[in-house]
Ligand binder design. Structure first.
Ligand SMILES: [Zn+2]
Length: 532
């Protein structure tokens, strides 16, 4: 009896010792998630007083972890925004066809995308352009044979599978698309989602349409500038656009899904729009602190660790809940950064280069806070050597695999491979490039300035039970009020993820050379165009 007890006690003791560091990390990580995603934080909407409280919490944690204030003696970088709210009752959309007027119902058929400032009235022809891509270097020209001058461009928000994942991500982004359409003389856009790659069903996404949308107040940083009207079409109602064209949306989608070429053709209808908008301005907060490097030659160079702090605030109710807590999206990522900073402080780690921690605002409004930060950083932009971003890393099951977006684009891939190996996890590239994740979070704001970047998540094998858990999470909780503190979370995966981010950032900060894009990388061109 006694002997058995002793053995059991020994096992428990050694178990506790083995888990202690992990446990502490996991517990503190979750306490930050709770602090940022409790109901009192009201969903941390960009520009809200609640977001400001969350930013002050982050600043206080940065101070506690001994980070140097990065912004003129403080931690907070104010970001000015323009905001726009639709007045639906005074707005209208209609198709003019064969002398008939067919109204489109806002909220059900289509929505006005207010990230773009709409003109008060628009009347224009509609031209369908398939995938809507014009990439001469790849031999892709969906504009051949159609005239986009003065037109609303109608496209399926998909990209051909013949393009490598990062290019699909880049050219499929709203900003790159508008550059192409504007160059061809178009005045606006109608985007139709491919139902197969919609993260959020129309019925849920349309609930957000009455929320204010935002753009950066500085027009030189506004990538929607020059567009008169941007609409998103409910794919279930897309045939309203195709009526009389001899084509159906189902037929178009079948071509897209088969990876076949999609025709471009003028639609036999004109769009007539009246948009009544309430405009205002608001300020929100990026928060930045520096772990100063030790090497006199490299301490003025920076590895930027980023995570967005904002979420969706209070919006349309789902199952009686209208508070979008954003626990995984992205209190979890901010908490990971806070825990990395704390653990580097406690261990007294002094990397050669400096590590700049930043939580950004306005991600949910279109990567706005990071765009602002990357364009107007509090340190010389040319001295930022890399960006590691964490957005919704989803610790829903034990981390055996690390999913890395941008894995094969720069030599940061070698750093992340070595780091993962050392903590016993394997890396995987993005298994679903069609979801455009490489350009859908804040790392992209740095990439556009030529800064090598990675984003990471807890990975899973395709068609595995873990893949099913992740898919279920996306379908049920992504951008829904149920992304809250009451969901199942695997804290050990969070602790392991924190370890990876910490070791990776120190490793990069200690490199003798600066990280570089791979020669084969499409994104290398941004570095060549940059000033450094
Ligand atoms: Zn989000």
């Amino acid at each position: 009896m006694r002997r058995v007890l002793t053995v059991a006690a020994l096992v428990m003791v050694s178990g506790t010792i083995g888990l202690r560091a992990d446990d502490k990390t996991a517990t503190r990580w979750f306490s930050h998630v709770e602090a940022l995603a409790n109901d009192g934080m009201e969903g941390r909407n960009t520009g809200s007083p609640a977001h400001k409280r969350a930013a002050e919490y982050v600043a206080a944690q940065f101070r506690k972890s001994g980070l140097e204030p990065a912004v003129g003696g403080g931690y907070i970088q104010p970001v000015p925004f323009k905001t726009r709210k639709i007045i639906e009752a005074e707005s209208s959309l209609a198709l003019l066809r064969d002398g008939n007027i067919e109204p489109l119902k806002l909220g059900d058929d289509t929505n006005i995308n207010l990230r773009v400032d709409p003109a008060p009235t628009v009347e224009a022809p509609l031209v369908f352009v398939g995938y809507g891509l014009h990439i001469p270097e790849r031999g892709i020209d969906d504009f051949a044979g159609v005239n986009l001058k003065g037109a609303m461009v109608v496209y399926v928000a998909s990209t051909p599978r013949s393009l490598p994942g990062p290019l699909q991500a880049h050219f499929g982004s709203a900003g790159e698309r508008w550059k192409m359409y504007q160059a061809a003389g178009a005045i606006g856009t109608i985007s139709i989602a491919n139902p197969k790659s919609m993260d959020i069903p129309w019925e849920r996404s349309t609930l957000a349409r009455l929320q204010p949308a935002m753009s950066l107040a500085d027009p030189s940083l506004d990538e929607g500038a020059g567009q008169n009207l941007s609409l998103t079409m409910n794919p279930a109602r897309a045939d309203k656009l195709f009526a009389g064209s001899g084509h159906t949306f189902a037929e178009i989608l079948a071509l897209v899904d088969a990876g076949r070429p999609v025709p471009s053709f003028a639609l036999p209808a004109r769009l007539k729009a009246t948009a009544k908008v309430e405009r205002s301005t608001v300020e929100s907060q990026n928060v930045a602190g520096i772990l100063r490097g030790a090497d006199p030659k490299r301490r003025d160079e920076y590895v930027v660790l980023s995570a967005h702090l904002d979420h969706l605030g209070i919006g349309g109710a789902i199952n009686g809940d209208s508070l979008y807590n954003g626990a995984m999206d992205n209190a979890s990522g901010v908490a990971a950064l806070l825990e990395v900073a704390a653990s580097l402080h406690e261990s007294g780690t002094k990397p050669a280069r400096s590590i700049l921690f930043v939580t950004v605002t306005g991600e949910e409004k279109g990567l706005l806070g990071s765009s602002y930060f990357a364009a107007r950083p509090p340190v010389p932009q040319a001295n930022i050597v890399a960006n590691i971003n964490t957005d919704m890393f989803l610790p829903l099951f034990p981390m055996k695999l690390l999913m890395v977006l941008g894995l094969d684009e720069s030599d940061l891939g070698q750093d992340v491979r070595a780091t993962a190996r050392a903590v016993g996890v394997s890396v995987q590239a993005d298994p679903e490039p069609q979801r455009n994740r490489f350009v859908r979070s804040d790392q992209y704001s740095f990439i556009k300035f030529g800064i090598p970047a990675l984003a990471m998540k807890v990975g899973y094998e395709e068609k595995s039970p873990e893949a099913a858990i992740a898919a279920k999470w996306t379908a049920e909780r992504y951008h829904a009020p149920s992304d809250d503190l009451r969901q199942p979370i695997d804290r050990s995966a969070a602790a392991k993820y924190v370890e990876v981010v910490r070791d990776l950032s120190v490793r990069i900060a200690n490199r003798t050379d600066r990280p570089k894009w791979n020669d084969s990388s499409f994104f290398k061109r941004f570095a060549m165009g940059a000033t450094h």
